[in-house]
Design a protein around this ligand. Structure first.
Ligand code: FEO
Ligand code: CA
Ligand code: CA
Length: 669
């Protein structure tokens, strides 16, 4: 998502230290930057990892375009960087827009190019700012690659594009309730039914599956925090039901075919105009989570008092969770699964133990935050999916939550976040497991977890179960705060870290290395050069590993950064593929102006890929002076981009793109 005020704040001032002192003694900074650390842990993975020479600063592969001989896994011809208002795929591939913000999910009202659809129409249209996404084959349980349910998140909204006359910031006096309702309706999740018809993908309309889950949808609260003192509000005195989900970023899924929508930057939506009614403990929570703003992001508190802590101190505690949604049952009431912890969840990446217990990895996307793992206590039932989803007693309600500690020697530990464990006691503010979960960040502080450079998506290799996590960047890490897992300070380019559990997916120790340090070998600052073998990129965010083991990497250089300064050589945000056996990287896709590329999944046969283009038209930093604006305005929504419609009265729209190979082959082959 785009950076805004709250993302700039660092909420973790815990004393958890990095390993810099130890590291200085063992490894020189130069060694780290050159990737020798990876070499030290190479034997665990048995792979060549870096593009750097051990002996000097020479980077062995340099190019803004592909300079790597085509490997078997990556058969396509890489494309160059670009900065135009268009999307690009390699020769022999076709990319088509399938589903844009405002399109009807079923047979509802069409999108009005001037964004004049009211809230009740937005409720049955695609939300804004597409993000994480998964393809569920139809019928349920099949591996169909020509019919299925496409389920995706809509992370946030740009009011200047969502409304004809903008939102609260553009016109406070014109901020009628229908605008707030439309903003809420444009958040959440889409379930659409899609099928291939004469070789072309289309949305099935009408569809009995199609629906929207939004900020106005009722959902159950389940797990240890259900009905706890933290969850009770005037509208819900028992703390068992909440209206809405928001800022759904990346996704997860379960083996029984449900979708997990992760709540990321929930904190920005809440104001505290007066803290008289807040306990000291709640004030500490709000400070640690950043949910103590003077104003909510969009001004929802103007029309709904629950978004102001002065009225409802507990309301922010009901967000920052992971929501389970059954896409196969349009009447299913979504469930917030509190056992998975509360933080700015980017994603929930699935692994499964050999005895069918469910493992979910999730990063907390903020500077100096942590990576977590949940392990269910029970095996899921392969023959009774409803039994896995029971409110109060589901597979995701009963398990252990851990936080990661990355040691400097390439080993790692999963530290249990369970009430009663060392430092997680009543004396320290953790009298119940609900306390641990509502205050997950503070529990992780208390046990000495490793502060990471903004953990984003996580991907599990389908064969090896090795886990890859993007650390998108951290410009606030200083040189004296570096550690082995976060070896650059500042870190404007980001990296991809990787680990292997020592045993099955439920292991409590692991071995890790750095898959690659992003950057540009031509950058004058050695700190920004990275060690990419092949096509360069910065700020990795989305990551996903396909059935053949291709590691797909999507970038999210922020709006203010794009096409400017050290980020200029990278062009627009893009998607690349890498081969984990060689570390080689090839650029596969570049998107239009101002967007980020996110949400990657294929059909089971690997022959159709779906990706999402989020927030096209954000004004890139490199164009702000010449365009005289930092974002689209209600008067000029097309100032930076008019993708994908290029309608003279339209506006840029986040969209799902379908990519196929012209010869019918597997994407990337
Ligand atoms: Fe929503 Fe961390 O990206
Ligand atoms: Ca993201
Ligand atoms: Ca991001």
């Amino acid at each position: 998502m785009k950076n805004h005020e709250n993302d700039e704040r660092i909420n973790n001032d815990s004393s958890n230290r990095n390993f810099s002192d130890i590291l200085e003694a063992r490894l020189s900074r130069r060694q780290i930057l050159q990737g020798s650390l990876s070499a030290a842990t190479l034997s665990m993975f048995g792979l060549a990892l870096t593009g750097c020479d051990d002996d000097d600063n020479t980077v062995t592969t340099t190019s803004t375009n592909n300079a790597v001989a085509a490997a078997a896994l990556l058969g396509f011809t890489a494309i160059p960087v670009s900065s135009d208002d268009a999307h690009h795929v390699p020769e022999g591939y076709t990319a088509k827009v399938l589903y844009s913000w405002g399109d009807p999910v079923s047979d509802g009202p069409a999108f009005n190019m001037d964004a004049s659809n009211p809230a009740n129409e937005q409720l049955v249209q695609a939300g804004m700012h597409h993000d994480g996404m998964y393809f569920f084959p139809l019928p349920y349980g099949s591996d169909s690659s020509d019919h299925g349910l496409l389920v995706m998140n809509h992370e946030y909204v740009d009011p200047n594009l969502l409304h004809t006359t903008g939102g609260y910031d553009a016109d406070p006096n014109g901020y009628i309730k229908d605008k707030a309702d439309k903003e809420m309706a444009a958040h959440g999740v889409s379930v659409i039914e899609i099928r291939k018809n004469n070789g072309e993908w289309e949305i099935v309309r009408p569809s009995s599956y199609a629906r929207r889950v939004t900020m106005l949808t009722a959902m159950d609260i389940s797990g240890p925090a259900r009905s706890s003192r933290w969850m009770q509000t005037s509208a819900d005195p028992f703390g068992v039901q909440v209206i809405g989900t928001m800022n759904n970023c990346a996704y997860g899924r379960t083996p029984w075919g449900t979708y997990l929508a992760c709540e990321e930057n929930f904190q920005s939506y809440f104001a505290v105009t007066d803290d008289t009614n807040l306990s000291d403990e709640q004030k500490q929570i709000n400070e640690r989570y950043g949910s103590d703003n003077d104003n909510g992001w969009f001004g929802w508190e103007v029309h709904d008092p629950r978004f102001d802590g002065a009225n409802e101190p507990n309301e922010p505690n009901r967000f920052g969770w992971i929501v389970e949604i059954d896409p196969f049952n349009p009447n299913h009431k979504p469930v917030k699964r509190t056992a998975l912890g509360r933080f700015r969840h980017e994603c929930a990446a699935l692994s499964v133990t050999d005895d069918d217990r469910v493992v979910l990895y999730s990063g907390d996307d903020a500077r100096f935050e942590y990576i977590y793992k949940f392990v269910s206590n029970r095996a899921y039932d392969r023959n009774n999916r409803d039994a896995n989803m029971i409110v109060g007693n589901g597979i995701l309600d009963d398990g252990k939550l851990y936080v990661a500690k990355f040691n400097e020697d390439g080993s790692g530990e999963w530290i249990l976040l369970e009430q009663g464990q060392p430092n997680l006691t009543a004396a320290n503010g953790f009298a119940t497991q609900a306390d641990v979960l509502v205050k997950t960040r503070m529990a992780a502080d208390a046990v000495g977890a490793t502060k990471m450079d903004r953990p984003e998506w996580i991907a599990v290799h389908p064969d090896t179960k090795q886990v890859y996590a993007t650390l998108t960047n951290n410009t606030k890490r200083t040189e004296d705060q570096v550690d082995a897992a976060n070896p650059r300070g500042p870190n404007p380019m980001g990296s991809i870290i990787r680990w292997k559990e020592n045993g099955d997916a439920d292991a409590t120790t692991f071995s890790w290395d750095i898959y690659m340090l992003a950057g540009n070998p031509d950058d004058a600052d050695p700190n920004n050069q990275g060690n990419i073998k092949g096509d360069i990129f910065s700020s990795p965010d989305g990551i996903w590993i396909d059935k053949d083991g291709r590691v797909w990497i999507q970038t999210d250089m922020s709006g203010s950064s794009q096409l400017k300064g050290i980020y200029e050589p990278f062009g627009n945000n893009q998607m690349l593929a890498s081969d984990p056996a060689t570390g080689e990287v090839k650029r596969f896709f570049v998107g239009p102006i101002g967007q980020e590329v996110t949400g990657v999944i294929t059909t089971p046969d690997g022959k159709t890929m779906f990706i999402n283009i989020q927030h096209p038209g954000d004004v890139p930093g490199g164009l702000r002076d010449s365009l005289g604006a930092s974002k689209p305005t209600p008067e000029n929504p097309r100032i930076a981009s008019n993708w994908p419609d290029f309608n003279e009265n339209g506006r840029p729209r986040s969209s799902t793109i379908v990519i196929t190979k012209d010869d019918g082959g597997v994407i990337g082959s």
